[in-house]
Design a protein around this ligand. Structure first.
Ligand code: PLP
Length: 658
C-alpha cells in the first residue's frame, strides 16, 4: 500500500518541518515499506521479488483451497515493478555535480509516482507540470514539506480551465510558442510570467517534439510583440531538444538560439529576460550511466550471473566501446553543455532544466510472468526451431548497432537545420504509423499464410512482395542489442525473416513489407501479463525498445510449478540454446507485441521475464485495457539511509565548472 502523506488536510503529518531532509526521506521510505540494501537489478531486486511472491502465495492460499480446483500449477503470476529510489538519489547527486548552475524541475509526466515525486522534492527538486492534475499531484504530495517546490507550467498549449487553476494555486511561470496562447494568458491573469519556447533540431532523439512545439526564429518578433501589446512580460526562453538526446551539439544550437532571442527581446522590446530553461532530454537508462571502470571492457557473457556485482551506486552495466560513435553519457553531455551556458549567459540569469527520464528510467525493473506459450513448429522437415548457441547469441548482442548520432555542430545555418529536422521528424512519425499498421496487416497475412504455406513458400512471400537483394542483406536492429538479417536463408527454408522486419516506409508510403506466413514467424511465442496497453506503452509513445531477460531462480526463490510451497530452488543452469522468440502482451489485440526476434531459451508457463529501464514513460500512461490493470510497484533503495545526509547536501566541491 502506498503511504505518501502530504495533503493539506492530513493531521498526522509524516514529514516534520523541523527535521533534516535526510530524516524526512528516510521516514518517507520506511513508511512505504521500501526495502533497503539492494538495487532494482541486484540484491534488492531479488529480495523484492521473493517477498512479493511470498505475499502472493499467502493471498492465493484461499483460492487454492477451493474444492473445484485440482491445481497442479502455481497461480502466482501478477506482474510487478521493482522501483529503486536509490537510483533517483544518486542521479540527483550527479546532476548537482555536473550541472551545479542548472536547477532541476522534474518533468512529472515522465513518472508521477508519489514516492518518486516526494523523494525528488525532498532532494530539492522543483517541478515541470503539463496539466492541472500534475500540479495537484505535486502540491498534494509535497504539502507537508518545509519547502514548497516551485512549478513551471511547461505546456505551450494549455486548456483555459487548467491555466486558471494553475494561477489560483500559485503557479506563475508558463511556456508558450504561439500568439493565441499569449492572448489566452492575457485574458486570464496579468501575473503570468511568459517563457518563450523555441524550436530545436531534435534529430536523433529517441522521442522527438519539434514538429509539435517550439517557435521558429521567423515568429519570435511577432510573439514578443503580442506579449508586449497584451501587457505581459516575457521573462525567459525555453527549449527541448527531444527526449532521449545523446548529442550535445543539439543543446549547443538551442543555447545559441536562446542567446539570440535574449538579445532581441532586450534590444527591440525591452524585455530583460532572466530565465533560461534548457528542458529535458538527458538519457537515464542504465547503459547511459558513466562508469569509467568498465569502459573498454568486453561485455559479460551472462549478465544475469554478474548482476549481484552491480550493487549500490556503482551498478552501471558493462559498456561496449567498440563503436565509432560512442553513446554520449549524461556526464559527457553536461560537461559540454555547462561551460557553454556559463559562456553565453551571465550569472544573473537563472538556469533551469526539466529532466524526466534522466532521474527515473533506470529506477524500475518490470517483472512479468509467462501466461501462455506457443510453438510455431509445423513440419520439422521444412521448418523447425533454429537453435543458436550462447556464444553465437552473445556475438550478435556484442555487434550491437549504436544509433548513429549525426553531430550537427552549431552553425550559422541553425534555422535551416531546424526546419529540415521537422520534415525529418514528420517522416519518422509516418514510418512509426506505417509500422503500426503493418502489425495489423501481418495478422491477416499470417492467417492467409496458413493456407499459402501448404502450397508454396513463394506464394506466401509474394503476398506483400518479396524483399529485394539489398533488403536480404541488410541487418535489422530488432530489439535492444540484437541484430538479425532482414531476411536470411533461401531454398527450402524460404524466408525466415521476421514480421517486424517489415518496417519500411518513406514519406508515409509503405514501400515494402514482408509477408508473415507461418515459416516467417519466430520459433516460439510467449504471452506475458503486461503489454503495450500497460507498461509497454513506451514502445508506442516513447519509441522505446526493450529486451526481455529470463528471471532465474538465482534472482528470486520462485515457487515450484508443481507444488505450492515456496522452495529454495537450486540455481537453474542457464540454457545454452536460444531460439528466435516473440514476446506478446496479454490483451486480445494483435498490436500488443513487446518484442520480436529476441533470443530466449525454451520457456514455459510460470516462468518469468524481466525488463530493465522501465521507469520512464511506462507506468505513467499504463491503461487497464482488457481488464489488465497496471502492474504493482515494490520499492527498494540501493542507498542506505546513513548516506542520505551527505548525498542531499550535495557534492563537496561546488561543481567542476565553477
Ligand atoms: C516540456 C517538456 N519538458 C520536459 C520533458 C521531459 O523530457 P525527458 O524525459 O526527455 O527529460 C518533456 C517530455 O516530453 C517535455 O515535453
Amino acid at each position: 500500500m502506498l503511504i505518501v502523506e502530504g495533503t493539506s488536510t492530513s493531521s498526522s503529518s509524516l514529514i516534520k518541518d523541523d527535521v533534516e531532509p535526510s530524516s524526512n526521506l528516510e521516514s518517507l521510505l520506511r513508511k512505504n515499506d521500501v526495502l533497503f540494501g539492494g538495487s532494482s537489478i541486484g540484491k534488492g531486486f531479488k529480495t523484492a521479488a521473493r517477498n512479493h511472491l511470498k505475499r502472493c502465495h499467502v493471498e492465493n492460499k484461499q483460492i487454492l483451497d477451493h474444492p473445484d480446483l485440482n491445481l497442479e500449477i502455481s497461480p502466482i503470476e501478477d506482474p510487478f515493478y521493482v522501483v529503486d529510489i536509490g537510483v533517483i538519489i544518486s542521479q540527483a547527486y550527479q546532476w548537482r555535480l555536473y550541472f551545479p548552475r542548472v536547477e532541476p524541475f522534474y518533468a512529472v509526466k515522465c513518472n508521477p509516482d508519489p514516492v518518486i515525486v516526494k523523494t525528488l522534492a525532498i532532494l530539492g527538486c522543483n517541478f515541470d507540470c503539463a496539466s492541472d492534475t500534475e500540479i495537484e499531484i505535486v502540491q498534494n504530495v509535497c504539502a507537508d514539506l518545509p519547502r514548497t517546490p516551485e512549478i513551471i507550467y511547461a505546456n505551450p498549449c494549455k486548456p483555459q480551465k487548467h491555466l486558471i487553476k494553475a494561477i489560483i494555486s500559485g503557479v506563475r511561470m508558463v511556456t508558450f510558442d504561439n500568439v493565441s496562447e499569449v492572448r489566452k494568458c492575457a485574458l486570464i491573469s496579468k501575473k503570468i510570467q511568459l517563457i518563450l519556447r523555441i524550436v530545436t533540431d531534435d534529430r536523433g532523439a529517441q522521442c522527438r517534439l519539434s514538429s509539435k512545439f517550439g517557435a521558429p526564429k521567423a515568429r519570435w518578433r511577432n510573439l514578443l510583440k503580442a506579449a508586449k501589446d497584451s501587457g505581459l512580460s516575457v521573462v525567459g526562453v525555453s527549449f527541448h531538444v527531444g527526449s532521449g538526446c545523446t548529442d550535445p551539439s543539439k543543446y549547443e544550437m538551442a543555447l545559441r538560439d536562446a542567446r539570440e532571442l535574449f538579445d532581441l527581446a532586450k534590444s527591440d522590446f525591452g524585455f530583460d529576460m532572466k530565465i533560461l530553461d534548457i528542458g529535458g532530454g538527458f538519457p537515464g537508462e542504465t547503459h547511459s550511466f558513466w562508469n569509467p571502470e568498465v569502459l573498454g571492457t568486453t561485455p559479460v557473457e551472462d549478465e544475469e550471473e554478474k548482476i549481484n556485482e552491480h550493487e549500490g551506486l556503482d551498478f552501471a552495466q558493462k559498456v561496449e566501446s567498440q563503436d565509432d560513435t560512442p553513446y554520449m553519457f549524461f556526464t559527457e553531455i553536461a560537461s559540454k553543455v555547462a561551460p557553454l551556458i556559463d559562456k553565453l549567459f551571465p550569472l544573473d540569469v537563472r538556469v533551469i532544466g526539466e529532466p524526466g527520464r534522466y532521474y527515473v528510467a533506470a529506477a524500475a525493473t518490470l517483472v512479468t510472468a509467462i501466461v501462455g506459450s506457443r510453438s510455431n513448429e509445423l513440419d520439422e522437415k521444412i521448418f523447425s526451431p533454429e537453435a543458436i548457441s550462447d556464444n553465437k547469441a552473445s556475438d550478435q548482442i556484442n555487434e550491437r548497432d549504436h544509433f548513429k548520432k549525426r553531430s550537427t555542430l552549431a552553425s550559422k545555418n541553425r534555422e535551416a537545420r531546424v526546419l529540415e529536422s521537422i520534415t525529418d521528424e514528420l517522416n519518422e512519425h509516418a514510418k512509426h504509423f506505417a509500422k503500426q499498421s503493418y502489425v495489423t496487416h501481418e495478422t491477416d497475412a499470417y492467417n492467409d499464410g496458413l493456407d499459402l504455406y501448404k502450397e508454396d513458400f513463394d506464394t506466401a512471400a509474394d503476398l506483400l512482395g518479396v524483399p529485394d537483394n539489398t533488403q536480404m542483406l541488410s541487418i535489422m536492429r530488432t530489439v535492444e542489442g540484437m541484430n538479425k538479417n532482414f531476411a536470411v536463408g533461401e531454398g527450402d527454408q524460404g524466408l525466415i525473416s521476421l514480421a517486424a522486419s517489415g518496417e519500411a516506409a518513406v514519406n508515409g508510403m509503405v514501400l515494402q513489407a514482408v509477408a508473415d506466413s507461418v515459416p516467417l514467424q519466430d520459433d516460439f511465442a510467449y504471452y506475458v501479463n503486461d503489454g503495450v496497453y500497460g507498461a509497454f506503452n513506451n514502445l508506442m509513445f516513447d519509441h522505446a525498445s526493450v529486451r526481455p531477460r529470463v528471471l532465474r531462480a538465482s534472482h528470486c526463490d520462485k515457487p515450484s510449478r508443481k507444488n505450492m510451497e515456496l522452495s529454495d530452488l537450486e540455481d537453474e543452469t542457464p540454457e545454452k540454446l536460444l531460439y528466435a522468440s516473440t514476446v506478446f502482451g496479454p490483451t486480445c489485440d494483435s498490436i500488443d507485441v513487446i518484442a520480436r526476434n529476441v533470443l530466449l531459451p525454451k520457456l514455459q508457463i510460470g516462468d518469468w521475464l524481466y525488463f530493465q529501464n522501465m521507469g520512464a514513460y511506462t507506468m505513467a500512461a499504463a491503461s487497464s485495457f482488457n481488464g489488465f490493470t497496471p502492474s504493482e510497484k515494490i520499492y527498494v533503495c540501493s542507498i542506505h539511509p546513513e548516506y542520505f545526509k551527505s548525498l542531499i547536501a550535495g557534492p563537496k566541491i561546488a561543481g567542476q565548472h565553477e
